[in-house]
Write a protein that binds this ligand. Structure first.
Ligand code: ADP
Ligand code: MG
Length: 764
């Protein structure tokens, strides 16, 4: 079945070629015990390696069942070694870190036998070689003869047709040798056994045929055989391959033998993981905390609708630059003229035009969702007051924050402490709001006619103060000749006019500790009914009606631009369009519902008619979240450096492992392992280290979060559980660790796979 035809093998040493086999031809019977006899260096081992497919010949051919092997692929050779050949080496070549049983099973693993069958067969051959009682020992717990028996059992395991033995008794004492030789002789009864020896006595005693070699040639053959060249048989071996699980097992066993090193390596590899994990934990906790803040404290921040909504994208790209109307004029002109121009909003900026449809839409909002909706209009009421010296002055309402007070009593009581009196109950009562230090801005004070140069002012001074709101028809006098309105100069008459509304301050309020400070600015507040009444009067007034039809100011007689006219109509109270709306939601969930309601309004509306609201709380959260993400990325990048370093280190350690396990590589190859299987063994090893490193890293990080949280908590009391590692991070970091170490081991694993099996076997 086996025939060597004019086989030649040369080794290149420096610049001269050593011919190890010189056109050697030899045929073997299917069953015989052939001893290859010859002095050292005659080419015996080389011949055996050629026959066993461990090394490639240079010329000639090896015929298996009459089939040439000249065009064998790597896979063909692997499969041939695994299924047809059993090797027995002089130095046993056992894998020292696994049990006797596992050593015998490995070859069968490569041929894809089930675990149960493997075990059964291994025990069978181990019994056959007389080692039934030693199956769970490690090879180094056995004697030389016992180790060689393990090797024989391994060679027999896959039931190959050819057993190749290279000086199997070379390292064993003569008494034990006899037993080994008898065993091999027994095997040769139904197999082809080719044994290399330099011991003529052994050859003559046990072999059925002795082939003598010298200088790579046959010089004598005691029992030659001429093969019938016409006899051909099909040759089919199953492909070999090692399951990844098997590779993992092998590597796990190997790592177990160097626990300390593995642990140190994994720890070094875990440092980067710890860093990344802690950053993720902190970022996650912070984001959670801010979300919590938005849900609780910030929930009462209003949704704002302003004439010009905050454009967060524009704000991020730098401070707003003044926007001017498009102009085609020349810069720095030399002519003596001045050109009128109107400042306009940037074209890209959205302008909220609050129309009646929107007010209707807002009215449809479920009142249970909000505490309060404040609507600010730019109506400039005519407010007069009588000072202590009995003189009357007009109050500039724009300087005293003259706005409607909150119309939700409960909301008001939740957020304000009444220092005196009560909140306005009707359109004749006013509320004075001071800040949390009982302060009032001097601008407000002087606009109200109070002295701002004193240390303090008693409440009674404010309570006794009288005010009067004068409607436009009484406040303005029409001059028909000039077609203009003039303010009535006599404030005393106006103040006491029977059509005027007489008001008094009914209460003084201060924001309650912890309340949202955006509710009411300090100054004078009126009951919402007053504004309603004023707007009605203003629309019906003569100045209101005339101004509504004119492009010229009815007060100054000067022409008006479109926006100036709108502003005038609003300040007169003719145009009641709100300029600003604030919606105070009752909860975070309510806010979401309100947002949805507002979004509904915009649906199907052209861009320009949409109402863009600002959710300040969400903006704060979002911006802070962005900052946290940015910082985390930088920190992760730093930690990633240590990941890179540890990856390189693991690559080096894997390379050391490859060097250490070179012999094992040779053994696996002689048993039919593919190159791929070898790299798989090392990839399995790095994956294992990666897993341990990752698991160790996240575990250490998890443990560290406790003292870190305690530390943060001791500094900032509100933050009680800041560093929280999310589950996804746990799993992702372990996966990343495995992938990184896997990648770092690829090169050494590749080096291992490319090792020449013969040379690998020869290393000690
Ligand atoms: P034997 O097993 O009969 O002692 P070998 O087959 O090992 O002889 O060697 C045959 C010849 O080939 C020897 O001269 C040896 O030096 C040479 N040889 C064997 N292997 C190598 C190798 N890997 N590189 C170079 N020369 C080698
Ligand atoms: Mg030799």
């Amino acid at each position: 079945m086996l025939q060597v035809h004019e086989l030649t093998k040369r080794y290149a040493i420096a610049n001269f070629k050593q011919t190890a086999l010189d056109q050697l031809s030899l045929s073997f019977r299917d069953k015989e015990f052939v001893c290859i006899l010859g002095p050292s260096g005659s080419g015996k081992t080389t011949l055996l390696n050629m026959i066993g497919g461990l090394d490639r010949y240079d010329d000639g051919d090896l015929l298996i069942d009459g089939k040439s092997t000249q065009h064998f692929t790597d896979a063909d050779w692997d499969s041939y070694r695994n299924h047809a050949i059993g090797f027995i080496f002089q130095s046993y070549n056992l894998i020292t870190h696994t049990s006797v049983l596992a050593n015998v099973e490995i070859g069968m693993t490569l041929s894809g036998l089930s675990a149960e069958k493997r075990r059964q067969r291994a025990l069978e051959v181990l019994e056959q070689v007389g080692l039934k009682d030693h199956v769970y020992k490690k090879p180094n717990q056995l004697s030389g003869g016992q180790m060689q028996r393990v090797a024989i059992a391994r060679a027999l395991a896959n039931d190959p047709e050819i057993i190749l033995a290279d000086e199997p008794t070379g390292a064993i004492d003569s008494e034990t040798s006899k037993h080994i030789m008898t065993l091999i002789q027994e095997i040769s009864k139904d197999k082809l056994v080719i044994m290399v020896t330099h011991d003529q006595a052994i050859a003559e005693r046990y072999a059925s045929r002795i082939v003598s070699l010298k200088d790579g040639r046959v010089i004598n053959d005691t029992h030659p055989y001429e093969r019938d060249a016409t006899k051909h048989a099909g040759l089919k071996f199953k492909k070999t391959s090692m399951a990844f699980v098997q590779a993992l097992k092998l590597s796990f066993n190997n790592l177990k033998t160097k626990k300390f090193r593995t642990l140190i390596t994994a720890f070094a590899g875990s440092i980067g993981i710890i860093g990344v994990a802690l950053v993720l934990a902190l970022a996650n906790g912070l984001n959670e905390e801010i979300l919590q803040l938005e849900r609780s404290t910030l929930a009462e921040f209003p949704l704002q609708i302003d004439p010009l909504p905050i454009n967060i994208e524009a704000a991020r790209s730098g401070p707003p630059r003044p926007q001017f109307a498009e102009t085609e004029r020349e810069e720095f002109p030399t002519i003596p003229f001045i050109f009128p121009f109107e400042r306009q909003a940037a074209q890209t900026q959205h302008v909220n035009l609050i129309r009646d449809e929107f007010i209707d839409h807002l009215d449809a909002l479920d009142p249970a969702l909000y505490y309060q909706i404040t609507v600010v209009r730019s109506v400039n009421m005519n407010l007069l007051t009588r000072l202590e010296d009995e003189s009357i002055i007009q109050v500039d309402t724009r300087r005293i924050n003259f706005e409607p007070t909150l119309n939700n009593d409960e909301f008001f009581e939740d957020n304000y402490d009444l220092l005196f009196g009560q909140a306005p109950q009707n359109d004749q009562e006013l509320l004075l709001v001071v800040d949390r230090f009982n302060q009032l801005n001097v601008t407000v004070l002087s606009a109200l006619g109070f002295s701002s140069s004193v240390e303090s002012l008693p409440f009674e001074q404010f309570i006794g103060r009288e005010f009067s709101v004068v409607f436009p028809d009484q406040f303005f006098r029409f001059d028909e000749d000039l077609n203009r309105f003039f303010p009535v100069g006599n404030l005393e008459t106006l103040f006491t006019h029977e059509e005027a509304v007489r008001l008094t301050i009914s209460g003084i309020a201060r924001p309650r500790e912890g309340s949202a400070s955006t509710l009411l600015s300090s100054g004078l507040k009126f009951h919402p009914d007053l504004e309603t009444r004023y707007l009605e009067e203003a629309s019906a007034s003569l100045i209101g009606q005339l101004q509504a039809q004119s492009n010229v100011s009815m007060i100054t007689g000067l022409p008006l631009t479109e926006s100036a006219r709108t502003n005038l109509l609003r300040s007169l109270g003719v145009d009641a369009t709100p300029s600003q709306i604030r919606i105070y939601p009752v909860s975070f969930e309510a806010k979401t519902a309100i947002r949805n309601h507002l979004d509904d309004f915009n649906e199907n509306l052209p861009e320009a008619q949409r109402i863009i609201y600002t959710d300040l709380a969400a903006l704060i959260t979002e911006l802070t979240g962005d900052v946290i993400t940015g910082i985390s990325l930088v920190l992760i990048a730093f930690s990633a450096i240590s990941l890179v370093v540890s990856s390189i280190m693991i690559g080096i350690i894997t390379y050391v492992s490859v060097l250490e396990r070179t012999k094992e590589i040779g053994i696996l190859r002689s048993l039919g392992a593919r190159k791929k299987d070898i790299s798989r063994v090392f990839n399995a090893e790095t994956s294992l280290i990666g897993f341990v490193a990752g698991a160790l890293g996240v575990s250490i990080a998890f443990v560290l979060t406790f003292p870190i949280n305690r530390l943060i908590n001791s500094r900032v009391e509100q933050l009680d559980r800041l560093a929280v590692l999310p589950l996804w991070a746990f799993l992702a970091l372990i996966a990343i660790s495995i992938v990184l170490t896997y990648i770092s081991g690829l090169i050494p694993a590749g080096i291992a796979a490319r090792k020449n099996p013969v040379e690998a076997l020869r290393t000690e």
